[in-house]
Design a protein around this ligand. Structure first.
Ligand code: GLU
Length: 465
C-alpha cells in the first residue's frame, strides 16, 4: 500500500510558519516513502474562509516548493458526500437527532461549570427525542459509552482517552451543514490517507475522529501530532512576534530553502548538523524523530541560515530569487556588469536578499550623496589630489581588469609616497558611495570605467566644495 499524507489547512488567513512546518513534515514524510502528498482545503466555515486565503496558502506552498500530488480538494465541493455519510450514520443508529435548545444547553453548561464538572452534553436525546416545534435538530454522533481510545501517536507516543471523557459530538448543525470533525474523518477515509501529520492543537479531536471512523467500519490512519512553535517569550508564536506569514519571509529576503532548512530543524535534528539539502532531508527526516516538546522560534538563527544559503548556493539560483527584490527597487541588471559576478562579489555581505539587492545597486546606478561621517573621514587632507591622480591613471588604462587597476593604485601609492589606506579610503567611498564592497580593484572592475571616472569626478567636486 502506498502511504498517503496530507496537508489540510483552513483558508482563514495566510500560510504561517507553523502551518508551513506541519506541511513540510507531512511532505517530507511522503517523499521519503515514495508516497503521495495531498492538499485539502478545509473551507466549510464559509464566514471565515476566503479565496484570498486559499491563494495565499497556495502561493506559500509553491514558493516553498511543497508541490502536491493530488488536489487541492475543497470541502465545500463535498457536501453531498458528507450528507450521505450523516444519513447512513443516522440510519444505522450511530447518530441521532438532538432537539435540545441552545438555552437548555447553556443552562446545562452553567450548572456543570458551577459544579466544577467538565462541560459536556448530557445525552438527553440519545434514546429518542420527540421533534419540537421551531427547533431544527442537530445531529450527534453516538459516542461509545465505554472503553477507551488508544492513539499510537508517532510523535507523542501512546495516548489513551476514556470514552467516558467524550460526549456525543455534533456532526451536523441545525441547517444540515456538517461540522469539522465529520468532514475531516470522511475526507481522510475517502482520500485514503494513511498518515495524518497535523498540529497538536488537534490532539483532542483525534479520539472523536477515531470513534467516528470506526463507526463507519474503517481503521484509523497513523497520527503524528506536531508540537507548536513558541516565540522567544514562551508564548505561542503569533503576529506579536513579528512576521509569521511565509510570504512575508519572501518579502524580507529569505531563500525558500533557507526557510525550509530552518523550519525542519525547528523541532527535529540529526546529530548537530545544521544545513541540509532537500535530498538529505528526504533521506534523513523521520516524523517519529520530531521533538515531543514545543520549539522556540529564533529569528537570528533563521537569518544566519539564510546567509549560509546566500553564500553557498549557485549564484544563478540566488539570482532567480533576487530578481524579485531587484524589481522592488526598480533595478534592471541587464545593463551594466554581469549580475552573477556582482552576486559573487557581494554575497558574503548580506543576510537577506533585500540587503543583497541593496548592495548590488551601486554597481548599476550612480548616487549623488555620501554618508556624512564617512565623507568627513575619507575626503580630507590630500584626498582630492590622490583621487585626481588615480583618475588619470585609470583613464589611461588600455585594459580594464582588477590586476591592471591594482597596478595603477600601487603606482599612485609609490609616486605620492603614501600608505595604501590614503588612496583606498577616499577611492572606495567615491566609487561605492559607502556601500559594503569587496576588494577595491574588483569593485572598480565591476563598476566599470565610465562610472568609476564619473564618480571620482563627483567626489573631487564634493571635496572642492
Ligand atoms: N483544517 C485544520 C486546521 O487548519 C487542520 C485539520 C487537520 O489537519 O486534521 O487547523
Amino acid at each position: 500500500m502506498t502511504m498517503r499524507a496530507r496537508f489540510a489547512p483552513s483558508p482563514t488567513g495566510y500560510l504561517h510558519i507553523g502551518g508551513a512546518r506541519t506541511a513540510l513534515y507531512s511532505w517530507l514524510y511522503a517523499r521519503k516513502h515514495g508516497g503521495k502528498f495531498i492538499l485539502r482545503i478545509e473551507d466549510t466555515d464559509r464566514e471565515r474562509s476566503s479565496t484570498e486565503s486559499v491563494n495565499a496558502i497556495l502561493e506559500g506552498m509553491t514558493w516553498l516548493g511543497l508541490e502536491y500530488d493530488e488536489g487541492p480538494f475543497y470541502q465545500t465541493d463535498r457536501f453531498d458526500r458528507y450528507k450521505e455519510v450523516i444519513q447512513t450514520l443516522l440510519d444505522e443508529g450511530k447518530a441521532y437527532k438532538c432537539y435540545c435548545s441552545r438555552e437548555e444547553l447553556d443552562v446545562l453548561r452553567e450548572q456543570q461549570m458551577a459544579n466544577k464538572e467538565k462541560p459536556r452534553y448530557n445525552g438527553l436525546c440519545r434514546d429518542g427525542a420527540e421533534p419540537r416545534e421551531g427547533i431544527e435538530p442537530v445531529i450527534r454522533f453516538r459516542n461509545p459509552p465505554e472503553g477507551g481510545v488508544v492513539i499510537d501517536d508517532m510523535i507523542k507516543g501512546r495516548v489513551v482517552i476514556q470514552n467516558s471523557e467524550l460526549d456525543d459530538l455534533i456532526i451536523a448543525r441545525g441547517d444540515g451543514s456538517p461540522t469539522y470533525n465529520l468532514t475531516v474523518v470522511v475526507d481522510d477515509l475517502d482520500m485514503g490517507i494513511t498518515h495524518v501529520v497535523r498540529g497538536d492543537d488537534h490532539l483532542n479531536n483525534t479520539p472523536r475522529q477515531i470513534n467516528i471512523l470506526r463507526a463507519m467500519g474503517a481503521e484509523p490512519p497513523r497520527y503524528a501530532h506536531v508540537p507548536m512553535i513558541l516565540g522567544e517569550d514562551g508564548k505561542r508564536l503569533s503576529k506579536r512576534h513579528g512576521a509569521v506569514s511565509v510570504m512575508s519571509y519572501r518579502d524580507q529576503g529569505l531563500l525558500p530553502e533557507a526557510l525550509i532548512n530552518y523550519l525542519v530543524r525547528l523541532g527535529w535534528s540529526h546529530g548537530d548538523q545544521e544545513m541540509f539539502s532537500l535530498e538529505e532531508l528526504i533521506e534523513l527526516f523521520d516524523v517519529a524523530d520530531v521533538n515531543r516538546a514545543a520549539s522556540t522560534f529564533n529569528p537570528d538563527k533563521l537569518l544566519w541560515i539564510n546567509q549560509q544559503y546566500i553564500i553557498n548556493s549557485d549564484p544563478e539560483h540566488v539570482l532567480h530569487h533576487l530578481s524579485f527584490h531587484l524589481g522592488n527597487i526598480d533595478l534592471d541588471p541587464t545593463e551594466g556588469p554581469d549580475i552573477i559576478e556582482v552576486i559573487k562579489a557581494q554575497r558574503e555581505r548580506a543576510k537577506t536578499l533585500v540587503e543583497l539587492a541593496k548592495i548590488c545597486e551601486f554597481y548599476y546606478r550612480d548616487f549623488s550623496t555620501f554618508p556624512e561621517k564617512a565623507a568627513k573621514k575619507a575626503f580630507k587632507g590630500d584626498a582630492g589630489l590622490i583621487l585626481a591622480n588615480i583618475r588619470d591613471k585609470l583613464a589611461a588604462l588600455s585594459e580594464w581588469n582588477r590586476g591592471a587597476i591594482h597596478g595603477q593604485m600601487e603606482a599612485v601609492v609609490a609616486e605620492m609616497e603614501i600608505g595604501f589606506g590614503k588612496i583606498g579610503m577616499p577611492l572606495r567611498l567615491a566609487v561605492t558611495g559607502g556601500n559594503p564592497s569587496p576588494d577595491l580593484d574588483l569593485t572598480i572592475e565591476l563598476v566599470g570605467r565610465e562610472a568609476t571616472l564619473r564618480r571620482i569626478d563627483q567626489a573631487i567636486a564634493r571635496i572642492n566644495q
